[in-house]
Design a protein around this ligand. Structure first.
Ligand code: FES
Length: 156
């Protein structure tokens, strides 16, 4: 038997319909939120490891320690290169040797020669050399995320 068109909802039918629509709304909302969350990658945002230093003429001949990046910038005439000052043993900051021909670590006594190779102490390997470039405005840029060979210089 057909129901009449002007059928009025009873209380039970009204509650069932309302609950059904609410359940559908929450299910769609949860799916939409999951889809949006899927679009956002799980990435660790690390600080940029490139450091913009001063202009080349602002650095004296020899080694200059840059504390912000724990790097030694070495100048020899018009050529520049950078070496990390982070000891490869346990991460202390190394100092330049008194004779200015290498580096030594004050924590456990590791010693590095002028090429940053280990010559003594517990450090497992030498200090890494870092990429040095020049920015368009003429300043020196040290990229601590890129290691280079010891004989790679920036020549200006
Ligand atoms: S941290 Fe440099 S020798 Fe141990």
């Amino acid at each position: 038997m057909k129901e009449p068109l002007n059928h009025r909802l009873g209380r039970r039918e009204f509650l069932e319909l309302t609950l059904g629509w609410c359940a559908a709304f929450f299910a769609l909302s949860a799916s939409a939120m999951a889809a949006v969350r899927f679009m956002i990658p799980n990435v660790l945002y690390e600080p940029d490891r490139r450091f913009k230093a001063l202009k080349p003429e602002d650095y004296p001949e020899g080694a200059t320690f840059i504390p912000e990046t724990r790097v030694f910038l070495l100048r020899k005439g018009n050529s520049f290169r950078a070496v990390s000052a982070v000891c490869t043993h346990l991460g202390c900051t190394v100092n330049q040797s008194p004779d200015r021909k290498g580096f030594h670590c004050p924590c456990h006594g590791s010693q590095f020669d002028e090429n940053a190779s280990v010559v003594g102490g517990p450090a497992p390997h030498g200090l890494p050399w870092l990429l040095v470039a020049q920015s368009p405005d003429g300043r020196i840029v040290i990229d601590a995320s890129q290691q280079v060979k010891a004989d790679k210089y920036l020549v200006i």
